[in-house]
Design a protein around this ligand. Structure first.
Ligand code: ADP
Ligand code: MG
Length: 300
């Protein structure tokens, strides 16, 4: 999915069968891959989205080191269908256990579809290590929810065993995505906020103090379009509510934080889910102040 987003897709559809054990398919309408580049995409570390050494410090693409496709193709049966925007014919490329099984020209739509079947067929230990199917499926749903919140301008869908689990409009409206990810009633009551300081711009939606949950995880933190976990930011959000929150209760919502990518280090965590921020104190004061002001505007 991250590859689809990096390839500028405006629509990404995910089709899962049997919690991913039978099929994981990601279909996008992005740039596609030039036919002659397809084999390279499956060679470990042969591709890179980093153009020069400066890019390392301001990573904007979600992937960058050419690991996902080679890794999955070494432990599954992977079919990639792609057609680049300027290409008359596309390519269907099948690779299993790292070996090319077939390769054929294909017409088909612009963009890329990657199908993964027989996951971990050649690594029984890893297959055994998978969690229960429901647990794996809920992790897939969580991943889709996070991407939907970070990319309201991309139409995302998730289908499991033929049943639709998530569908966003892709019109850029974060509140509509919150309605899909949580529920319409919860989302309707959220209020918008925004603010800025020297290094940061923030905006998003927050719940009123009476609308809370018992976990912090209902307030999405998105930094430069990346869904992240950051304890200081989560703390700043709750401190903005101050004594209006009951003990053990946490608000609902989403915050977008925009900053110069040079001020973010995404390389502290292998999945890039945790990040380190420069000028963190400036950010946490901004968040707490903006939330406090917004709540007092609502006469709270
Ligand atoms: P990276 O970590 O650099 O994203 P991947 O292994 O995920 O590496 O992908 C390898 C390369 O294949 C990418 O750099 C990109 O050029 C190409 N690629 C993979 N998936 C897609 C896609 N859905 N659309 C366009 N190009 C893709
Ligand atoms: Mg990638």
């Amino acid at each position: 999915m991250e590859n689809a987003i990096d390839a500028h897709a405006s629509q990404v559809d995910v089709v899962i069968e049997n919690s991913g054990l039978d099929l994981i398919k990601v279909i996008d309408n992005g740039d596609g891959i030039a036919n002659e580049d397809v084999p390279l995409a499956f060679v470990r570390h042969a591709t890179s989205k980093i153009q020069n050494r400066h890019d390392l410090f301001k990573i904007m693409t979600l992937g960058f080191r050419g690991e996902a496709l080679p890794s999955i193709a070494s432990v599954a049966n992977v079919t990639l269908q792609t057609r680049a925007a300027d290409s008359e014919t596309g390519l269907t490329y099948q690779i299993q256990g790292g070996q090319v099984v077939s390769e054929a020209p294909a017409a088909g739509r612009f963009g890329t579809a990657v199908s993964v079947r027989s996951l971990f067929y050649n690594t029984p230990a890893r297959l055994k290590y998978l969690k229960k199917p429901q647990t794996e499926m809920s992790l897939i749903v969580e991943t889709l929810n996070h991407l939907a919140l970070a990319y309201p301008q991309i139409a995302l869908s998730l289908t499991h065993n033929g049943k639709s689990l998530l569908k966003t409009a892709g019109n850029g409206d974060l509140k509509q995505v919150l309605a899909v990810v949580y529920d319409r009633k919860t989302a309707e009551k959220l209020v918008d906020f925004k603010g800025a300081s020297e290094h940061f711009k923030i905006n998003g939606y927050l719940s009123l103090p009476e609308q809370t949950r018992s976990s912090r995880s209902y307030f999405a933190v998105i930094v430069n379009h990346r869904f992240v976990k950051n304890f200081s930011v989560s703390n700043a959000i709750t401190s903005g509510y101050g004594s209006k929150l009951m003990v053990g209760r946490f608000p609902i919502g989403a915050i977008n934080i925009e900053l110069d990518p040079l001020l973010v280090d995404v390389n502290v965590h292998p999945q890039k889910a945790e990040i380190r921020l420069s000028e963190e104190g400036e950010l946490t004061s901004l968040i707490a102040a903006v939330i406090r002001d917004r709540l007092s505007q609502e006469n709270l």
